[in-house]
Design a protein around this ligand. Structure first.
Ligand SMILES: [Zn+2]
Length: 585
């Protein structure tokens, strides 16, 4: 057995498994895992989840696992692998067992594991083997850390560097952050909260930060019609990195990643507050008010969840409005951010190919696996879900109701009771507030046509203003990197570049005989011309230089902005807008 001299004594596993994670050699990026348990049959199975809940992609976490061995006392146990992430043990007695293995922790995201000299982050779905017949028993977690590190774990404490989870699901839903980070404590409606940042100390650098987070958190409670958050002890973990964006929701915590440069940029702090609002609202929407298909979660395989449009789309729409409702944002900022989302939606041709429900059902194979043609073939259920949520909110307001009332109703009928919802339950909840939605909503969920955005926005005195392009449309998009050759990142379906037989990955060399080295060169070659005459493009593909004739299309809109339309100004639209912005009926 590969024991080390200072292994802790063998724990009592009568109540359930004990998971010991050793992070004391962070520079090796290896987590040593020791799993103690008492088997309840002679052929128990050990399996590692294939995905991290909240992020709908099979990640095969098992690729990071190595050197698994299982012992019963001093005797090695025969282990046979029955699938890529499952092992079956052959026992002759039910005496306690210990499984020991290592995990390579080098993938820095909110859903994976990262251990380095200055911190450790573990998404436990990628760490802890599930023991058959033990899922619903308590799991004890113990950490062994470098001397100067503190642990941050959203679980009830069970002694120094030890915690107890009611069952395997609660354990997997508890991200582990550890490092020499300061911990900031505050409360929301009397409920204790902690904020921990790796990569800087945000609350120290921004003294108003925690007060603003508290106001956003209280706005989430008000939206849900609840006096306090759903969690009784909540942890925020922020990884502040050079470049990053993302978050993952948990019952009692969230892990956020954000870019330092983005945070310093205009509007960056606001974007981070929106991310806070988004993940905090998930305490209800998707974590406790959850799709029936995820009740309980199948960790081993893909689960189709048609209601993701509601879980993520509605949350994405509300995260824009919540800071304003909390009093930490302005109407102008909200219009700018919502306008940017609507613009992004209108600039995505894939919305004509994939419906909203289809986008949710195909999450596993499309949204998380983007390629050069994604914008032409799919639409994010976050983005279109937010657009449909806006339309639903404004539609309900015509009937004297609003989206918040539907959300609260579903919380009371399903979430608060631990009942999962089906897609039809969502439709019924909307139709309960506005009967015509029994037909309209199913249509909006499958249709690839745009909803009547202009009509609904007019109710609140708003309109979308087009920003026209100053150049003809070429139908291509260049790679963002400035240190690489001018490579095509995307060629628009049915656009001029596609007609000229160009494809993603082609390297542009010259336009009409003028050498192109940087994006500036291209902008210069195209500037001040609206001519639609054919242009000669010299390019390189697979090491061979080729040329083609490219005939541009007329300019198409560059973007849209959401503006208060003076032609729609009236007392009524003004009152409608103020009510809508308050998020309440
Ligand atoms: Zn989300």
């Amino acid at each position: 057995m590969s024991s080390v001299p200072d292994d802790p004594p063998r724990p009592d596993t009568a109540a359930g498994p004990v998971v010991q994670l050793d992070l004391r050699q962070p520079h090796r990026h290896l987590v040593r895992v020791t799993l103690h348990f008492t088997p309840r049959c002679l052929r128990p199975e050990l399996r590692l989840p294939a995905w991290t809940p909240g992020s709908y992609l099979i990640r095969d976490h098992v690729r990071h696992l190595e050197a698994l061995e299982v012992h019963q006392g001093e005797t090695p146990v025969a282990v046979s692998r029955t699938s890529e992430a499952c092992w079956q043990l052959a026992l002759t007695s039910l005496a306690p067992l210990v499984a020991i293995y290592r995990l390579q922790a080098t993938e820095l995201s909110v859903r994976t594991c990262h251990l380095s000299a200055d911190h450790g982050f573990l998404a436990l779905a990628g760490v802890v083997l599930q023991v058959s017949q033990e899922r619903w028993r308590p799991h004890r977690l113990e950490l062994r850390l470098p001397e100067t590190w503190q642990p941050f774990v959203p679980l009830p404490s069970a002694g120094e560097n030890a915690w107890i989870a009611n069952d395997f699901d609660r354990l997997i839903d508890s991200p582990v952050e550890a490092g020499p980070h300061p911990c900031h404590r505050f409360s929301v409606a009397g409920v204790p909260h902690r904020w921990v940042t790796w990569g800087a100390d945000l609350p120290a650098d921004d003294p108003l930060w925690l007060a603003d987070v508290e106001r956003v958190a209280l706005a989430c409670c008000r939206l849900m019609g609840e006096p306090a958050p759903a969690s009784n002890d909540y942890l925020f973990v922020l990884h502040l990195l050079a470049e990053a964006y993302g978050g993952l929701e948990h019952d009692h915590s969230t892990v956020l990643q954000f870019g330092r440069r983005a945070l310093a940029a205009p509007g960056g702090r606001r974007k981070l507050l929106q991310l806070v609002a988004h993940e905090y609202l998930h305490q209800w929407n998707v974590r406790r008010l959850k799709p029936a298909e995820l009740t309980p979660i199948d960790y081993d395989r893909v689960t189709i969840v048609p209601g993701l449009w509601f879980a993520e789309g509605v949350t994405s729409y509300l995260d824009l409005l919540l800071p304003l409702a909390a009093g930490v944002g302005t109407e102008a900022e909200l219009l700018e951010d919502l306008g940017a989302d609507l613009s992004r939606y209108l600039l995505t041709p894939g919305r004509r190919v994939q419906g909203l429900r289809q986008s949710a059902e195909e999450a596993w194979v499309k949204l998380y696996r983007q390629d050069a043609s994604s914008a032409d073939s799919q639409i994010s259920y976050y983005l279109k879900g937010a657009v449909v949520a806006l339309v639903l909110d404004l539609h309900l307001r015509r009937q004297g109701s609003c989206l918040a009332l539907v959300l609260r109703g579903l919380w009371r009928s399903h979430g608060a009771w631990g009942r999962g919802y089906r897609n039809q339950d969502l439709i019924d909840a909307f139709a309960g507030q506005s009967p015509d939605l029994a037909e309209l909503l199913p249509h909006w969920l499958v249709s690839t046509d745009d909803p009547d955005l202009a009509g609904y926005l007019a109710d609140v005195g708003l309109a979308l203003a087009q920003k026209p392009a100053l150049e003809p449309f070429l139908g291509w998009q260049l790679e963002d990197a400035t240190d690489r050759p001018m490579q095509l990142k995307r060629v628009h379906r049915d656009g001029p570049a596609e007609r000229a037989c160009l494809q993603a990955g082609d390297e542009l060399l010259a336009l009409d005989g003028v050498r192109l080295r940087r994006p500036d060169d291209l902008a210069l070659a195209l500037s001040h011309t609206m001519a639609l005459a054919e242009r000669e493009v010299l390019y390189c593909r697979d090491g061979r230089v080729r040329s083609t004739g490219l005939r541009p299309d007329p300019p198409s809109p560059l973007s849209w902005q959401l503006v208060i339309d003076p032609l729609l100004a009236s007392d009524q639209t003004g009152r409608n807008r103020q009510r809508w912005l308050s998020l309440l009926p």
